[in-house]
Design a protein around this ligand. Sequence first.
Ligand code: SP5
Ligand code: ZN
Length: 353
Amino acid sequence: MPVVWSDDHRLHDPGGEVWLGVRIPGTELPERAERIREALTADGAWFVEAEPQPDDAVASVHDAELTAYLAGAWDAWEAAGLPDDPGIDRVVPYLFPHPDLFSGIAPRAATSVTARAGQFAYDTMTLIGPGTWEGARAAVDSAVTAANLVLDGERAAYACTRPPGHHVTRTCFGGSCYLNNTATAAARLRAGGHATVAVVDVDAHHGNGTQAIFWDDPTVLTGSVHVDPAEGWFPHYLGFEDERGVDGSNRNAVMAPGSGDESWVAAVSELGAWAAEAGVEALVVALGVDAAEGDPESPLAVTPAGFREAGRALGRLGLPTVVVQEGGYDLDTLGGLVLEVLTGIEEGALERG
Ligand code: SP5
Ligand code: ZN
């Protein structure tokens, strides 16, 4: 299947994360996409350059206020002199407009750039630097280019991209994500003529942003399989199985820490079957490979064979399929794992004929 690529992902370097008030190295590194590209190149993959997409692609799933903030956040931070005093070279929030502050009063937009950072970010780990906006915008271009390839007749296409996106809602961002690439692909498939589409999110963490964006939209089914948030895993407050969406168009499958191929592949297959039974016309796979045994960000233990088998189950659905990269942080294995899933999807589609 075609692999959509943009060098512009390199413009975004989060520069670590602020964790419990301490700046630590992060795992969402530019090297991630390069390693995936290397593994797919070695396999002879067909690469397609991401095409610039209109701003409508972003506006289809995000409020203009969030988008405008992200586009200008670094310039405002730099103009305020904050990289020199107090000496922080990334945008990081310090104050969050908690809903319980407001007694029903409509919150104002903060005028101070330091306060404004907390109006849109819901964690301190998702830092904004000089090229963050350009990198995040290029990831949307990749996801929508992949959707367009499928609308033009490819059976499947893969957006090899970062930063990831599935933790971003219409109005707020976090979890190393800035714009919801997966959601833009789903919206493009809908706009391109598919009456109903499904997102199946196999990243080790709950796709809370995608769930929220399509919560009240019966034409975009959303399903996510992830480590149980009740066991203390990000995003902690969301991802429980009783979250069903308006009209029942959302499903969550939670995995106990330590879960491996058997239960994880079964859960992915069940989400696919749920979408197919609902009669969806196209599929978006939010492909994180951080459920892997050995991934530093999750306690799941899926093997390469498990990723291949999950890919086959999704391919057997026989749907036009857009695959969008999400997480996956073990640099030495993530490229091979992505290749397993993509190969599995192709095998499943052939099996079905
Ligand atoms: C797209 C994606 O996979 N996002 C995952 C974000 C989850 N990050 C949670 C990080 C929790 C804090 N990490 C601190 C590590 C200290 N060793
Ligand atoms: Zn993840």
